[in-house]
Design a protein around this ligand. Structure first.
Ligand code: AMP
Ligand code: ZN
Length: 475
């Protein structure tokens, strides 16, 4: 199969060859669970879901293993826990923050309609593996203990900087790494650090402490994917220092030439032209978009969000706007009309996504979407077969789209965007008005619903002779 992927490590796009086609292995860095996931965090989740689906399509679902971790040991979590639950002992406060945030993350990504990874390891569940790996690094002369810390000795690793392609001096200047008296070199990163009595900590040969962020992923990836695996992904901001250090640690500990063969990074997302930040007030969470009306005055279905995201190639930056969401929704409405009367579990073949098509070219989702748009447009005017439409649905499924029936989709749009209880209440008032033969009032309510985008369908129940009213969203 000619799937081509761009590799940050080589700065080249090359044909992807798995190490073992019956066990294709991919790791993506997951969220640090201290706050609601924002729309930028949704980008790697969506991008690597498309890759996961495509790999499953090519190699078979049972031959692909996708690991996405939960970072539940991090000083940002500790700070948030202390701030949010000052009344609780710190360990309880932390457990509360991490479990609630993880639950929220799961809800958010489920609403986005992405597949769960095969394994979702947590840092707290892999501390012994981290300690083991640090011991190996010390033994091999790539790490040292100083003042109850253990540090990665970057000068001892000749390939350090191979991913970010920066010199040590540039790294120190650019990343504002913490200078500490116990470091041999300011760029040496923390593998282990001591914990105060109240801070979370685990026993280790260097005293009670906790791991640094980078070693967490090295240890979890090794545990679930082995010393060398196929693809490692995350947002572009992770290239340095996070992934540079993951590579240095894993290669040095295992004595391997690479940690993963292909490194993939998604571009950054900004909102209405600005970097997302709480102080600018343009910080958009996934939860906000899907469940509240804080962005554009309405709720958006998960597939709209996903299509809006995939309309830009994953390596490009995205400017997240309401206009883009509205455009994505328009496209999906058209597609759902096109596949009307086919069902999500109809067996089709994704005939629009095959060897040589855009998606195989480094996940060219904008090209694939254009192709789908063109297909739905030309075919809609002609006679098109059931099979064609089922195949269209299967093709869109590889992008994680068209997962509902057409009926569910249009209902869902309403349920997310409007108040169903209010619609049903107005219909009941209208029925009463009709029963009282108050036709002007009944018509007024029909017009009111019409203005809300709701169409009423009156039909006579043949058994009771009563007029029954159902509704649907105007298309
Ligand atoms: P974090 O929880 O900050 O470690 O981030 C989780 C994932 O989201 C990482 O892969 C980040 O690179 C990615 N990410 C964070 N912010 C953005 C953004 N604004 N645009 C795209 N990806 C992002
Ligand atoms: Zn990571």
């Amino acid at each position: 199969m000619t799937l081509k992927l761009y590799n940050t490590l080589t700065r080249q796009k090359k044909v992807f060859k798995p190490i073992d086609a019956s066990n294709v292995r991919m790791y993506a860095c997951g969220p640090t669970v201290y706050d609601f996931a924002h729309i930028g965090n949704a980008r790697p989740v969506i991008v690597f879901d498309v890759l996961y689906r495509l790999l499953r399509h090519i190699y078979g679902a049972a031959s692909v293993r996708y690991v996405r971790n939960i970072t539940d040991v991090d000083d940002k979590i500790n700070a948030r826990a202390a701030q949010e639950h000052p009344d609780l002992p710190l360990n309880e406060a932390i457990a509360k923050v991490t479990s609630e945030t993880t639950r929220q993350f799961h809800k958010d990504v489920a609403a986005l309609g992405v597949l769960p990874p095969d394994v979702e390891p947590t840092c707290t569940g892999h501390i012994p593996q981290m300690v083991d790996m640090i011991e190996v690094l010390i033994e091999k002369g790539h790490a040292y203990e100083a003042e109850r810390h253990v540090l990665l000795d970057v000068a001892s690793i000749a390939s350090y900087g191979e991913l970010s392609r920066r010199s040590l001096d540039e790294m120190i200047a650019g990343a504002r790494v913490e200078v500490a008296p116990y470091k041999k070199n300011p760029a040496d990163s923390v593998l282990w650090k001591p914990s105060e009595d109240l801070q979370p900590g685990w026993p280790s040969p260097w005293g009670r402490g906790r791991p640094g962020w980078h070693i967490e992923c090295s240890a979890m990836a090794k545990e679930h994917l082995g010393e060398v695996f196929d693809i490692h992904g995350g947002g572009i901001d992770l290239v340095f220092p996070h992934h540079e250090n993951e590579i240095a640690q894993s290669r040095s500990a295992h004595g391997t030439k690479v940690m993963a063969n292909v490194w993939m990074h998604n571009g950054f997302l900004q909102v209405e032209g600005h970097k997302m930040s709480k102080s600018l007030g343009n910080f958009v969470t996934i939860h906000d978009l899907l469940r509240t009306d804080n962005f554009g005055g309405r709720k958006w279905p998960g597939e709209v969000l996903k299509l809006a995201m995939l309309m830009t190639h994953y390596r490009q930056p995205i400017d997240w706007t309401q206009r883009r969401l509205a455009e994505a929704e328009e496209i999906l409405n058209r597609w759902y009309r096109y596949v009307e009367n086919t069902l999500p579990d109809d067996e089709g073949s994704p005939s629009l996504i095959q060897q040589g098509s855009q998606l195989y070219n480094d996940l060219d989702t904008p090209g694939t979407i254009q192709q789908l748009i063109a297909k739905a447009r030309t075919s809609a005017a002609m006679d098109f077969s059931y099979e064609q439409r089922v195949n269209f649905r299967s093709s869109a499924n590889i992008l994680g789209l068209l997962q509902y029936s057409t009926e569910e989709w249009f209902r869902r749009g309403v349920e997310q965007g409007q108040d169903v209880a209010e619609i049903e209440r107005l219909i009941a008032v209208r029925s009463t008005a009709r029963a009282e033969k108050n036709w002007p009032e009944a018509d007024r309510i029909r017009d009111q619903l019409d203005a809300m985008g709701i169409q009423l369908l009156d039909s006579k129940n043949p058994e009771t002779g009563q007029i029954e009213t159902t509704w649907e969203v105007k298309r």
